[in-house]
Design a protein. Structure first.
Length: 114
């Protein structure tokens, strides 16, 4: 149910799915794949305007969590987006900055259906 809601663009469901993946309560083939999926859903949640997702991304890039290198610029960008009156629009600027820096993981959630 949560996955279906997240796939339909529900930002809170995408955030919740990301947290479940991060905590290991939902598991996939490998820990690396789990981390990548968690980040994808977290970014989808932020794009959907969910402020806790923006705040979590700010912390992830500030402290270098989830095996990512610390990135003060991205941390600051997501922090500013989370306090902006136009947060949903502002977060797209953060994701554009991320893509320009050569992200290895796409920021669009996708779930392989086999």
């Amino acid at each position: 149910m949560l996955l279906k809601l997240a796939e339909k663009g529900d930002a809170k469901s995408a955030f919740d799915l990301s947290i479940l993946l991060t905590s290991g309560l939902v598991s996939v083939a490998s820990i690396d794949e789990q981390r990548v999926l968690s980040l994808r859903w977290l970014r989808a949640s932020a794009r959907g305007g969910w402020l806790p997702a923006m705040q979590r991304l700010s912390d992830i890039y500030k402290w270098g969590w989830m095996e990512l290198k610390p990135d003060p610029d991205l941390s600051d960008c997501f922090h500013k987006a989370s306090i902006s009156k136009e947060a949903q629009i502002a977060v797209y600027g953060c994701l554009d900055v991320k893509n320009e820096k050569g992200s290895s993981a796409p920021n669009t959630p996708s779930v392989d259906k086999q």
